[in-house]
Ligand binder design. Structure first.
Ligand SMILES: Cc1cc2nc3c(=O)[nH]c(=O)nc-3n(C[C@H](O)[C@H](O)[C@H](O)COP(=O)(O)OP(=O)(O)OC[C@H]3O[C@@H](n4cnc5c(N)ncnc54)[C@H](O)[C@@H]3O)c2cc1C
Length: 379
């Protein structure tokens, strides 16, 4: 396959779509998975249209690309994007997990000796501009309303605040992230392995954080902290949904967890006060998967098909892999080789199964609070 050309164009205009147009493939969701799928289809001569509900970039969490993911970015032709000055390198992991001692994994002597901490919003712009430059058609600000399969074709209706458009296509790609909107409309349910959620907040640090990713477990979850380009950093606390505090107690909860921590508290400059905790947000971050990530006229890629626990730092990489392999499978299916869908499932399932084994091992390392609900569920 021809590699995609990575080139940022100045003209950010989007292609105008007419009502009732036909596309071979419609991709719902313009995140890493949907865009990679669009680029791959385009490079194989399949006409496609990406539709995303957001007119501007959604603020997404998730920034860490581990060193062993870099070969995939290279293979797909997106590696260059990671070396932009908006992103930064990190050189290892520091964690306080399973004991009171800090452990450190330095990438210095590894084959790929650094990982990347993305400026996520800039990365989303980068990949979107590459898609547009490579002539992938794009419709912003429209959400999926209905899909309906009539004989050979599928009708898709999307809505913006003040407009409705309909399209026909041969295949649909569900790249809507954890929501898996197309699957839901087709009554295809995702399997759920856990109920992990995150509370994230912004914090202004006085000293820059070292270029490591930091994690620390606590009695009912764990905390993530990575450096940022400036002194405004994002801290994420993970726990299960039923262990989250009520809205009005969120700041108190965050303050308590951080102030009882060791490594994270030190990195944040000591005890923190509620008023310094800014922009609190709660998000679901659980592990889910589809038993079968495709059907007659659709395929799911990225988080819509397999969503990863952020402790793995594998969500973006898996989304990109899913978009790439899923779009190749679809191209083969269009030329009559529908067994390609099974190959796609095989590749993605193998990676997902390997991840679930590692995930269990990771959580089982923490024995200090095995009687607490979060750790009981994982031990
Ligand atoms: C707290 C947290 C921390 C994380 N940390 C990391 C990390 O450090 N490293 C990492 O690799 N990953 C991390 N992730 C995961 C990573 O962000 C996701 O795996 C990744 O964004 C998945 O990409 P995607 O393209 O599948 O979905 P998304 O990026 O979620 O994109 C889906 C797109 O679909 C659009 N959409 C949704 N519904 C509709 C609809 N009905 N109609 C039209 N458009 C729709 C949305 O606007 C969105 O743009 C983290 C996730 C969380 C929650």
């Amino acid at each position: 396959m021809k590699k995609v050309e990575t080139f940022l164009r100045k003209d950010r205009s989007l292609v105008e779509m007419k009502d009732k147009e036909y596309q071979q493939v419609i991709i719902i969701g313009g995140g890493p998975a949907g865009i990679t799928a669009g680029l791959t289809l385009q490079s194989r001569g399949i006409s496609c249209l990406i539709i995303d509900s957001h007119a501007t970039n959604l603020v997404k969490l998730g920034e860490c690309i581990p060193p062993n993911a870099l070969p995939l970015f290279k293979k797909i032709g997106l590696e260059k994007l990671l070396y932009h000055e908006e992103h930064q390198f990190y050189f290892g992991n520091q964690s306080l997990w399973g004991s009171n001692e800090i452990s450190e994994k330095n990438f210095l002597f590894d084959k790929h000796n650094k990982g990347i901490l993305l400026n996520r919003s800039f990365f989303e712009t980068q990949i979107k501009e590459i898609a547009i430059h490579n002539k992938v058609k794009w419709l912003n600000g429209y959400s999926l309303h209905t899909t309906e399969k009539n004989s050979e074709k599928t009708k898709v209706v999307v809505k913006s605040k003040d407009n409705t458009l309909s399209f026909t296509c041969d295949y649909l790609i569900d790249a809507t992230g954890r929501k898996a909107s197309i699957c839901r409309k087709m009554n295809v349910t995702k399997e759920t392995i856990d109920q992990l959620a995150s509370i994230s907040f912004q914090f202004l640090v006085e000293e820059k954080i070292p270029s490591f990713v930091h994690t620390e477990s606590y009695e009912n979850g764990w905390i993530y902290l990575a450096p940022a380009k400036d002194k405004r950093i994002t801290v994420m606390i993970f726990t299960d949904i039923d262990l989250l505090p009520n809205k009005e107690n969120e700041k108190e909860f965050v303050k308590k967890i951080i102030n009882q921590s060791q490594l994270i508290r030190e990195l944040l400059g000591g005890e923190i006060q509620e008023e310094r905790i800014l922009e609190l947000k709660t998000r679901i971050a659980n592990t889910t998967f589809l038993r079968k990530p495709y059907g007659d006229n659709w395929i799911a890629v990225g988080d819509a098909a397999y969503s990863y626990d952020p402790i793995s730092s594998y969500g973006i990489t898996s989304a990109i892999a899913g978009g790439y392999y899923g779009a190749h499978a679809l191209t083969e299916a269009i030329s009559g080789k529908t067994e390609a869908f099974q190959v796609y499932q095989y590749i993605m399932e193998n990676a997902f199964n390997a991840y679930t084994i590692k995930l269990k091992e990771q959580y089982k390392q923490e024995k200090r609070w095995v009687k607490e609900p979060f750790w009981t569920r994982r031990n």
